[in-house]
Write a protein that binds this ligand. Structure first.
Ligand code: ATP
Ligand code: MG
Length: 408
């Protein structure tokens, strides 16, 4: 794509109300626009990155037999009264009356609706196990919407729900999802810890996927040698303790929760009458699990981790970068134009063909964060081609124009 065609406008100054690295970079780079506290719209650049994250997550869920559905934002009170949650979580759930005086809520999560779907469709052990997921907007009346897209009042989540004949079958699947999550997060560039956490009102435990990051809201304790990790809310260890599992040392760290998986047991199935007939002909409650990934939070977490504050520069992981390469032509030159035409169908490329100063081009390129940069200038042409820079390693080399396509 040519920069002259791209809908974006970067800004030099940090927005006054930016309360975090991600809000600052994403607003300045023209990825998102803040609409009100905790509510951000995705602009073309932001949506491009978001879609890449979403697709990696979708592929991951499909690979463990998740089936995609689309549930609803509008929730009737009656359904939530079956579990008592319309009153129980009224502080977090946006609630209002429609014109007929009916109580409606905006979905902060979807256990009730998915259980309603299942009780209409699952009758026998032969229909199990099954697993449904969706990628959808969620609403939560967060008292402190902050840290940009890390904590929104309207945000995107992938939520999956699984249904099993017994605890054992559930446990096996829960493990499989946990492993898949680690793989998904590493594919989008986030190294996560699998952290034991509070199970809330549903169960003794849950597991969170935490990205170690100084700007995170959570605190975790993890072992420097093995996979032991606990959220501070349940931790029985402290900084520099000996690891309870090996001879390693416990480290305290700030972190961002990007995913959370929970055993739900029969909490929803028993309250809502979601039963099946087992292979002996007796009726039983379904055993359930739920599995969330914060998609817009993951996007924000990537910025928190990858933004280079020293050089005021974003470098996206290759898998989610809005562009693989940015070509910058310093003087209008036909070599840059030809190079762009030659490779534009092969890789995702942004070609800055605008008539603006080199300084402005570089400042914008630093916010767009394509992992590779090709600079075509009179100087580079004199040295034999274009300058190819790998931003991650900082390595730069002059490559003949004809060779660039194959080198990239
Ligand atoms: P938190 O403890 O951060 O408030 P939570 O435990 O209430 O989150 P879950 O119900 O577990 O969140 O939701 C699943 C995932 O959705 C979380 O792991 C997180 O990545 C994401 N998420 C939750 N709340 C928000 C929010 N307000 N804005 C953006 N993402 C969110
Ligand atoms: Mg959580």
């Amino acid at each position: 794509m040519k920069a002259t065609k791209l809908f974006f406008k970067t800004r030099k100054e940090s927005p006054k109300d930016a309360d975090s690295i991600n809000a600052n970079v994403l607003v300045r780079g023209g990825y998102v626009q803040k609409h009100m506290a905790g509510v951000y719209g995705l602009l073309p650049l932001g949506l491009k990155v978001y879609r890449k994250i979403e697709n990696i997550v979708r592929e991951g869920m499909n690979s463990i037999d998740g089936q995609e559905i689309m549930m609803n934002v509008l929730q009737p009170r009656e359904l939530w009264d079956e579990t008592g949650r319309f009153s129980e979580i009224s502080e977090i759930m946006y609630q209002f009356k429609d014109k007929n005086g009916k109580d409606i809520g905006l979905a902060p999560t979807h256990e009730e609706q998915v259980t309603d779907i299942i009780r209409h469709h699952i009758k026998s052990y032969k229909d199990l196990p099954t697993s449904l997921y969706q990628i959808q907007v969620k609403f939560r009346n967060e008292p402190r919407a902050k840290s940009g897209l890390l904590r929104g009042r309207e945000f995107m989540m992938k939520d999956m729900y699984s249904f099993h004949v017994d605890e054992k079958d559930f446990e096996n699947y829960y493990k499989k999802v946990g492993e898949k999550y680690l793989d998904i997060f590493s594919k989008i560039g986030l190294k996560t810890k699998y952290v034991a956490a509070d199970g809330g009102i549903f169960s003794k435990y849950s597991h969170e996927f935490q990205v170690i990051c100084p700007t995170g809201e959570d605190t975790i304790y993890y072992c420097d040698k093995c996979d032991f990790a606990e959220n501070k809310e349940i931790a029985k260890v402290k900084n520099e303790d000996k690891c309870p599992k090996c001879d390693g040392k416990i480290i305290e760290a700030k972190s961002i929760e990007v995913g959370n998986i929970f055993p739900l047991k029969n909490k929803f199935s028993s309250a809502m009458g979601a039963k099946f007939v087992d292979n002996n002909g007796s009726e039983k409650d379904l055993i359930m699990g739920c599995y969330g990934i914060g998609l817009t939070r993951a996007l924000a977490a990537i910025v928190e981790v990858y933004f280079d504050q020293e050089n005021n520069m974003m470098i996206w992981p290759e898998s989610v970068a809005p562009f693989d390469v940015e070509i910058i032509s310093l003087e209008k030159n036909k070599e840059a134009e030809e190079l762009y035409e030659k490779i534009k169908d092969k890789i995702e490329i942004l070609y800055d063909d605008r008539d603006i100063s080199a300084g402005e081009k570089f400042a914008e390129a630093d916010l767009i964060g394509a992992p590779k940069r090709v600079i075509v200038s009179e100087k580079s042409l004199k040295s034999g081609g274009a300058e190819l820079i790998d931003l991650k390693s900082g390595e730069s080399q002059i490559v003949e124009i004809e060779e660039i396509a194959s080198v990239l």
